[in-house]
Design a protein around this ligand. Structure first.
Ligand code: B12
Ligand code: SF4
Length: 556
């Protein structure tokens, strides 16, 4: 029995014959409502917490609920997966089939929706057993807040397998996941061609570094612990090669909190990629000290094209940053064609109204391609939360729906008020945009630097990857640069001039076709961007579509 989950030794009487419905919480999401949706908390990654101040230039896309996709792929019971349902779609599914088990996946902010979904199940499908899983179960006392039968903390595939009487140590089958859906930028939906979007690979959950505020680390066991789905580079290689064929992809979004920390696995993957002549690209999360344990050549040959890295402040105490100058590291990675997504925490213990603008300016001076800002937030389940609770510093009246790091403090900060926390956060996003320009432009800068450096590299896999990126720069991205340059003329002349200089560099490297693309498509993108700005000003929001997928399902 797993001590985190006292219910982990229980099995369902029908075992794998039980019908299972797995669902994410219902939408719409980007609106204020009584179930805990918030307009500032859309179901989007970039527009929620990275490029949200960048208007029409914000990168917009949705991501499926990978946790329940993983569970569905690894159980042999008949199973329906409902992703991003409306309340009506959830009710319809509950009444149109008999489900013995209903599993609801949620994070903390959406507890109000979990409560409502449990109420609906009790009413519409009273014989179903309700299982709640995902980060929401880290809320202390959740058993008294929602009406479910089991609350699954931590890793869910093995729990569900045990519950259905299956072998919980069987190899993990990775579902085919297209990482982003309905991507938009500059008022245009990007075409969803086969292979054009990266595939998501989930090698593990959790992170052994155990930073005190980190919710994913603590949820999967905290310091020193994590859960590996795939131990070796060989296993990862086989999965990636499979998706190269089935999805037609050459890029992968590696959803692992600290992929590069597992050096042996990463280097084994590199060996296989070299032997198999794979010109793959990879977007990864990694801490600065893990990145520093590789040479730039190793990173580039491994296909690392995008790194999400915590920057924090020069005075931070986290061991993942020890001895690393993150500004220098960012600059170096970009000069090797690796896009950097920095992540900065606003409202650390040492921040004061007097020093915080300086710290934000320092963060922006990294000139990352993308920059996430988050409020320092004690989230239920983390060591930081327990510390704040013991010190009596948690603010009682804060709704769980507002504890996500993009609104206001949920604790008493020594020097910064709750109201000011939001002002500083908003200023950080604005300042990064104002000082460094649109992320789309910054990405183009990095891509050009990478191509210039590696176009003649001896390893053809590397040359090919940068050539693929350059091909995008010569065409669509160059047109986007033209549009950004023109849009910024009246907004910020110096940013406009920088974009123009980059466009000219791209054109001098690429000649006629890049110029043609800029002149032919650029004006269209300028028009769609301006139209998008007007739509956004009127309150336009985007919602993900609903997905319904059945497995092991008898057709009658
Ligand atoms: C992809 C992602 C998203 C996607 C949405 C995905 C979706 N469809 O819901 C986007 C980008 C839109 C998003 C948005 C947000 N997210 Co988010 N997101 C992630 C991310 C990066 C990956 C999730 C994932 O797939 N992990 C891998 C899978 C395998 O793990 P898993 O989901 O935890 O599932 C496992 C277990 O939890 C369990 N399980 C899960 N569900 C169920 C259900 C059952 C029945 C059972 C038995 C078990 C079970 O089993 C699974 C396998 O082990 C995580 C970070 C992370 N590393 O996990 C953050 C994370 C989940 N997000 C988080 C947050 C806070 C947000 C936002 C509020 C943005 C913000 N301000 O940070 C918004 C909320 C949007 C909204 N309105 O709901 C937090 C949650 C914190 C918490 N404790 O609740 C996380 C942990 C990031 C972080 N470190 O702060 N997010
Ligand atoms: S290094 Fe990153 S993922 Fe790991 S515990 Fe710290 S914040 Fe979390």
């Amino acid at each position: 029995m797993n001590p985190q989950n006292p219910s982990s030794s229980i099995t369902h009487p029908r075992g794998t014959r039980a019908r299972v419905l797995l669902s994410s919480v219902f939408g719409p999401y980007a609106q204020d409502d009584e179930f805990g949706s918030r307009a500032i908390n859309p179901m989007e990654l970039y527009h929620n917490q990275v490029t949200r101040a960048q208007g029409a230039f914000s990168l917009r896309m949705f991501h499926r609920s990978w946790g329940i996709m993983m569970i569905q792929s690894n159980i042999s019971a008949p199973c329906t997966l409902l992703d991003f349902p409306t309340r009506e779609a959830f009710a319809r599914e509950l009444t149109s089939h008999e489900y013995e088990i209903v599993g609801i996946s949620s994070i903390i902010v959406n507890i109000g929706k979990v409560r409502e979904m449990c109420r609906m199940v009790r009413k519409l499908s009273p014989h179903s057993t309700i299982i709640v899983g995902g980060h929401v179960t880290a809320i202390p006392g959740i058993e008294h807040m929602v009406d479910a039968d089991h609350y699954v903390r931590g890793e869910g595939i093995s729990w569900m397998r045990r519950y259905l009487g299956e072998d919980d140590s069987a190899p993990i089958k990775h579902p085919a996941i297209v990482s982003g859906i309905q991507t938009r930028a500059m008022g245009m939906r990007l075409p969803e061609r086969r292979g054009s979007t990266a595939a998501t690979i989930i090698p593990s959950v959790g992170c052994p570094m155990g930073c005190s505020f980190c919710t994913t680390s603590s949820f999967f066991g905290g310091k020193g612990n994590f859960h590996n789905f795939y131990e070796t580079g060989d296993e990862l290689f086989d999965i990636m090669e499979g998706f190269e064929t089935s999805l037609g992809v050459q890029t992968f979004f590696i959803m692992d909190e600290n992929f590069l920390l597992h050096r042996k696995r990463a280097l084994q993957l590199l060996e296989r990629m070299k032997a198999g002549r794979k010109s793959w690209g990879m977007a990864v999360f990694a801490s600065a000290n893990a990145i520093k344990s590789y040479s730039m050549q190793e990173l580039v040959e491994l296909g690392i094209s995008w790194v999400w890295m915590g920057l924090e402040s020069p005075h931070s105490v986290y061991s993942k940053l020890k001895g690393t100058d993150t500004r220098e590291l960012t600059h170096e990675m970009r000069s090797h064609g690796i896009r950097v997504q920095g992540s900065t925490i606003i409202g650390l213990e040492h921040h004061t109204p007097a020093n915080i603008t300086g710290e934000i300016e320092h963060a922006c001076s990294h000139e990352t391609d993308f920059h996430q800002f988050m409020l320092y937030t004690p989230v239920p389940g983390t060591p930081l939360y327990r510390e704040m609770k013991d010190q009596g510093r948690l603010l009682d009246a804060v709704d769980f729906a507002d504890i996500h790091g993009q609104f206001k403090f949920n604790f008493q900060h020594a020097a910064i008020s709750r109201e000011d926390s939001k002002r500083f956060l908003d200023w950080a996003f604005w300042h990064d945009f104002e000082a460094n320009g649109p992320s789309l432009y910054r990405m183009c800068q990095t891509m050009l630097q990478g191509w210039r450096r590696y176009r003649d590299y001896p390893d053809p896999r590397v040359r090919e990857r940068f050539e693929r990126e350059m091909q995008k720069l010569r065409t669509g991205y160059n047109a986007a640069l033209w549009a950004m340059e023109h849009q910024f003329r009246s907004v910020n002349r110096s940013v406009s001039e920088k974009i123009q200089a980059l466009r000219k560099e791209v054109e001098s490297e690429s000649g006629f076709f890049a110029r043609l693309s800029a002149r032919a498509v650029g004006p269209l993108l300028l028009w769609t961007s301006r139209r998008e700005e007007r739509r956004l000003a009127k309150g336009k929001t985007y919602e993900p579509p609903t997905f319904l997928e059945r497995t092991n399902w008898a057709s009658t």
